[in-house]
Design a protein around this ligand. Sequence first.
Ligand code: FES
Length: 226
Amino acid sequence: MSDRPDEAVSISVTENGPYMVEGAVEIRDALGETVSEEGKAFLCRCGRSSNKPFCDGTHKKVGFDGTETADKGPIADRRDAYEGEEVTILDDRSVCAHAGECTDGLPAVWKLGVEPWIDPNAAPADEIRAVIGRCPSGALGYAEPGSGEAAEEKPMSPAVKALVDGPYRVRGGIPVRSADGEAYEVRGRQTLCRCGGSSNKPFCDGTHWKGFKDPDEASRGPAGNE
Ligand code: FES
């Protein structure tokens, strides 16, 4: 397994249209079913397709504005560092998908409504690293205290999963290319907007919480987001 997949594996954002996924990438829908394993797939980006996760052309009928506003620079330039005694927590709010792994997993460390909202000394470092490892968007990272460098990501196979009522979870360092042809930084974990409403397209910014829903069937399934 590698977190640097073959160059033929990629995701291209199309102008006001779907994501084009190319190469040997497992794609799972919100039910957890594998719907594609290689080749070319067009995944809904406007949130309105009747054939999710695939595009059915609805973006044209609804006049979807898929303008990308996300920063293409390295996450290292955007992350805030919360230095603790045993671990430094790194945080880039701009790409957080609000999955809640951190606030649910260690609420004493990630404290909603409190400033500073991260306390890196409020739990053992190994528990903090484990929670960060579950962050689907990669907004969170960690470093050794005193080191400016984020720890390396665990290698994962290239995979895309539609999270229930949420974004596409993208793993395995799949390159994402903007509709203007420019590449985003390759990251091991990313979440791409699937509801159409993010203000930081193509990445999820948590806006799906305002009401984006998969069909009931999907939400009921053993869908799981594992
Ligand atoms: S899916 Fe999260 S903001 Fe669109």
